[in-house]
Design a protein around this ligand. Structure first.
Ligand code: BES
Ligand code: ZN
Ligand code: ZN
Length: 496
């Protein structure tokens, strides 16, 4: 896809935003004048709607040189925000995609509101265009019908062209990176093993000049990464600990650690999942996809921050040698863990991931994981569950998530919760204190490894995938938290 600002030259297909108000103004008014008052007339007669997200198509007479105009309703200007604009653009581009239009000129200035500056409108435009037109990469034998995609989007504007072009680029990078994460999560597990995930990360590293380190099984054994190794025992696929470093500051200080759960398939292990809940467990590397998506944005936009991304990746399988309930393992941190449930494997790999990030200079931590069914019971499929040991860091993260329109909600970790994960006859910790509040138990467990390092934990089990298609994309992977993580990194103010 190609986004650019320019004069109104491609006139086949135009897109215009219309606010719900008594009179047209600005560029919409100019267009109305060019069309001899037809827009006003059609609005009055109800053929064109200015209600939020409503689309209407109009075919002007040939002498205008315009073949078709897509009108999209923006609703009341007073409630038109960045999020609203993204939704409006998503509806528009979804329709253009369905109509198989390959090029469109968007009159950007008709999408600017009193609370929505031109740059935000441009960002919303390109981000939504990519998200709304995302298609699942399936393995069906194709029909003869050629695929047609939107290729050229021209944003015509009277505002500073360079500024608008820069915002279009930011939105494009955001949308593209969310889509990359979606594609990783949607991949069948036989086609995306831990080694494949490592190769993907290596490609990113090459493209963006990240420092990269991929630890294999032997190196993990030498270091004593008992958590990830225990989960990997039942598998014939080797585990990988994928580490990417991005240095945007002179000194390697104030390092943000992003840690992702990369379980490429979760059978549950010997605490086997019931057959119906196993289907879909290819998405259990959603946390690592969010981290890689965020690293793509970071690689493109190069903020003045230091970031270490750590992805702990393996599948969770069964064999005669696999981890069993009752096993006691020694994690990288040295803390011992009694395994009560082999299906609570995410926290075991994250324990080592978090410790590794700390050992390599992370001064704050954010971990992301499809960690518990419990978070879905608690918060549903629209809201990511968050836990933290540092309210100030959480506040910074919350601001970033709000800016991106991604919903999060904090769950508490009390002293009594900590006692429950520390309650084991055999070891320092147990990995499954029972079903009550188990999203919190998982968070509390990871908190034992974050220790005093300021830390935010994101449980995306409910939000990493969706069964409802929306204007922002089809069913399947959502790419949740890619944008929030990247925005958090860009805006990070350090820890006082
Ligand atoms: N990968 C699952 C969590 C999950 C559930 C992700 C549904 C996406 C959708 C995780 O490893 C798991 O199995 N968690 C258990 C924890 C329990 C054994 C304490 C769960 O949530 O039931
Ligand atoms: Zn599990
Ligand atoms: Zn899992």
């Amino acid at each position: 896809m190609f986004f650019s600002t320019n004069e109104l030259q491609h006139k086949d297909t135009l897109a215009i935003g219309l606010f719900q108000k008594s009179q047209l103004s600005g560029k919409a008014k100019e267009m109305d004048e060019l069309l001899e008052g037809r827009i006003t007339e059609l609005l009055k007669e109800g053929d064109i709607s200015s209600k939020r997200n409503q689309l209407s198509k109009f075919f002007p007479s040939p002498e205008t040189g315009i073949k078709r105009i897509y009108f999209v309703g923006l609703g009341k200007e007073s409630d038109y925000t960045f999020e609203g604009a993204k939704e409006v653009f998503a509806h528009l581009f979804k329709k253009l995609h369905q109509d198989k239009k390959q090029a469109v000129s968007v009159l950007l200035d008709t999408f600017i509101g009193k609370d929505l500056p031109a740059q935000d409108a441009a960002h919303a435009l390109s981000e939504s265009c990519l998200l709304a037109t995302y298609e699942l990469q399936d393995f069906k034998h194709k029909t003869n019908e050629p695929d047609r995609f939107i290729e050229f989007v021209y944003a015509t504007t009277d505002h500073d062209q360079a500024e608008i072009q820069a915002s279009l680029k930011v939105g494009e990078v955001y949308g593209q990176s969310v889509n990359s994460a979606r594609t990783l999560v949607n991949m069948p597990p036989n086609m995306l093993t831990s080694s494949d995930l490592a190769s993907y990360a290596a490609e990113l590293a090459y493209k963006y000049e990240f420092e990269i380190e991929i630890l294999d099984k032997e190196q993990m054994e030498e270091l004593g990464m008992g958590g990830i190794l225990a989960v990997n025992r039942g598998s014939t696929e080797p585990p990988k600990l994928i580490v990417l470093k991005y240095q945007g500051k002179e000194e390697w200080t104030d390092v943000i650690g992003l840690v992702g759960k990369g379980i490429t398939y979760d059978t549950g292990g010997y605490s086997l999942k019931p057959r119906a809940s196993m289907v879909g467990m290819k998405t259990d590397m959603g946390g690592s996809a969010s981290v890689l998506g965020a690293m793509e944005i970071i690689g493109e936009l190069r903020p003045e921050q230091n970031v270490i991304a750590v992805i702990a990746s393996t599948d969770n399988m069964i064999s005669a040698d696999a981890m069993k309930p009752d096993d006691v393992i020694v994690s990288l941190s040295g803390k011992t863990i009694e395994v009560l449930n082999t299906d609570a494997e995410g926290r075991l790999v994250l324990a080592d991931g978090v410790t590794y990030a700390k050992q390599h200079g992370a001064s704050v931590l954010v971990d992301v994981a499809t960690l518990t069914g419990g978070v879905i019971v608690a918060l549903g499929n629209e809201t990511t569950g968050v836990m933290t040991n540092d309210d100030e860091l959480y506040a910074q993260f919350k601001e970033a998530a709000e800016e991106c329109g991604e919903m999060i909600w904090q769950l508490p970790i009390t002293e009594k919760d900590k006692k429950r994960v520390r309650n084991s006859k055999m070891a320092d910790l147990n990995n499954s204190p029972g079903r009550d509040g188990h999203a919190i138990m998982a968070g509390a467990f990871i908190g034992e490894f974050a220790e005093d390092t300021p830390w935010v934990h994101l449980d995306i089990a409910g939000t990493a995938t969706t069964e409802k298609p929306s204007c922002f994309g089809p069913t399947g992977a959502t790419g949740v938290m890619v944008r929030s993580l990247a925005t958090f990194v860009e805006r990070f103010e350090g820890k006082k």
